[in-house]
Ligand binder design. Structure first.
Ligand SMILES: [Mg+2]
Length: 218
């Protein structure tokens, strides 16, 4: 599917690629609305109805991933709430095997995430994945989300890579599209980012359900 021998740099997304998106989906769709409802004397359903369009309006923008932004506009301690349910943070299947094999293969491995630093820190504490990466890149450091074209140029300037010898694995179609437009040749989609949801169908990118398919290509 992907000729991994051609790739010396591997760019990996965090949420929905290495980590189960169930945590984030549960957090934003259930837990935050629940606490918002309690704060404002609303039913859970009312809170979900109020919050959904506000979340939707920020999709793909850096604010969507910014915990400071949501802390301010919702007047909720978002980092504190994340910590409360941190027990739900989990790796997707075969991620550890893949990262171990990748490290042994001497490739350059970067974690490239839109996640806010506070969220990243909590997730690294819970999963202990940090030693597997040569660098961890947070989109907030560049002031642009991965969906934005300029992000990839900023990434390449900070961490030089050959676009033709780089593999990106991500679960977001807009992110994959933006990376491909920049010229990253090998883009793979994770088709089951949330273990509690069905597999997403795509014909635009080579897709993996779990990392066994990439381990086999190493
Ligand atoms: Mg993701």
């Amino acid at each position: 599917m992907i000729n991994m021998t051609l790739c010396d740099t591997i760019l990996l997304d965090m949420d929905g690629t290495l980590l189960d998106l169930n945590f984030d989906n549960h957090f934003w769709l259930e837990f935050v609305p629940l606490r918002y409802a309690q704060k404002h004397g609303l039913s859970l359903e009312q809170a979900q109805q109020q919050l959904q369009p506000r979340f939707k309006a920020m999709e793909g923008k850096l604010e969507w991933y910014c915990l400071d932004y949501w802390t301010q506009v919702l007047q909720l301690d978002i980092v504190g709430l994340k910590t409360e349910i941190a027990g739900l943070i989990a790796l997707l299947p075969h991620v550890l095997e893949f990262l171990t094999a990748l490290k042994a293969s001497q490739r350059k491995v970067l974690l490239v995430t839109n996640a806010h630093r506070a969220s990243l820190q909590l997730k690294m504490e819970k999963t202990c994945l940090q030693p597997f990466f040569d660098a961890i890149v947070c989109a907030h450091d560049f002031g642009m989300a991965k969906e934005q074209h300029g992000f990839w140029q900023a990434l390449q300037t900070a961490h030089p890579f050959d676009k033709q010898r780089t593999l990106l694995v991500d679960d977001s179609l807009p992110v994959l599209k933006s990376a491909r437009q920049f010229g990253i040749t090998h883009c793979v989609m994770v088709s089951q980012p949330d273990s509690q949801k069905p597999i997403k169908e795509t014909s635009d990118y080579p897709a993996i359900v779990d990392f066994r398919q990439l381990i086999a290509c190493l």
